[in-house]
Design a protein around this ligand. Sequence first.
Ligand code: NAD
Length: 458
Amino acid sequence: MSSMKYTPKQHITEIHSRLSKTFREGRTLPLEYRRKQLLQVARLVQENVDAVMASLKADLGRHPFEATLPELGPMVSSALHAVQNLDEWNSPEKPQVEAWRSGWDTTIFKAPKGTVVNISPWNFPWVLTILPLIGAIAAGCTCLIKPSEHAQASAALMAKLIPQYLDPDAYAVCLGAVEETTHVLSLKWDHIFYTGSVSVGRIVAEAAAKQLTPVTLELGGQSPVFVDGDSTNIEIAAKRILWGKQQNAGQVCVAPNHVFVQEQHQSALVEGGPLDSSSEMARVVNARHYERNKSLLFRTKGKVVLGGQAGQDLRIEPAIVTGVTLDDPLMEEEIFGPILPIIPVANVDAAISHIQSGQKTNVWITFHVSMHVDQLCSKVVQRTQSGQLIINETFGQVAVYEMPFGGQGQSGYGSYLGKYSFDTFTHQRGYINVPADARTEGFMQGRYPPYSAPALEF
Ligand code: NAD
């Protein structure tokens, strides 16, 4: 049962009307207004560091380090990055047109889409709510956010702080679970931004289709790693893979899901990485996911060679499972927990073919590869598909906000971060002004009836 007070549906409808009205009145259009709101986002975080950290501790048992690096830092830097680049992002573009149209004014204006909604998950409750919001503000949209009911402390703090820092007529928070979100989705938005599971992604896409609303889906998926034991520094590979897996107790959409490695290098890889099994690590979000992880560890046919102890407070020691085969329960779906299966393979071709032929092969968000040989890298680039590809690192791609972040296939569509967030909430509006002067009209003359066959020159 929830202790958080959910927003009544009638109130959600009223918020929708309020935000729509504010957009129609043009309040969010001036860049000065947007910059001020973006700076307020940065202030909100900077002035409430302790409270935000406490909410992450309450929701996920996060250590301050794991709160700062992936959540507080990116919120502030993304808001400031948007402030600094807003003029450039918003600048109208002049396309190269054919010579005969050169006398026309042809301009692509960056128009805000309108009133948008961002529905976010519990695993990174702050950053996955605020980063899309930053894009919406920068684009000049009004925005409702609907944080996850499974990260209650974070959601409640957002609901308290956002109206204090941001214009409440333009940006609002609604709290709730399935019923409330279903109501949100019944309203007409100008863009829906959704981060969460594949199954709910389908529900969101269907609701969006009913109203022909553009939608961004940032969904889950498996992120496999291939370690080329012949060419890579196994110790570095092990450290970086485990770091990526330990973050937020593996509850990360781009966490390494499983590792392919040549059989003869399996034990070196397992021995290479230090495992932090102390209480510094985040915990599993709730009893349902805790039981799900425990059941995976119980059902696997692989060998749990390290970790896997379940503690009292929803903590599970990061577990390494070796000798896993493709039909293992661990491979059924995205693990989204602190369990790392290792699958012995003959070589990179075998790993690629497993990825290509498996039921879930099109859901990879990321293909992590730890190796240094160019030829192997280009093979992986050419023969696999994924939202991103990261070499010799895990998790780090989310920090590169100069590039689009988004999935492919069942991991969703659309992308964001930095300018790509601005673009997501922006309509590229073509503006064509054809001079109504004698010279242009003379040129147009030939198109009016009565028709004669035009002289075509190509
Ligand atoms: P979820 O889909 O259960 O919930 C996300 C949001 O959807 C919540 O706000 C929730 O209230 C709402 N929701 C849940 N059920 C709903 C329904 N039936 N109708 C309407 N709304 C509903 O996802 P989660 O468990 O919070 O998040 C975990 C998933 O999210 C994982 O699969 C993970 O990989 C994915 N994820 C993806 C990214 C990414 O950027 N691609 C980032 C983080 C998490």
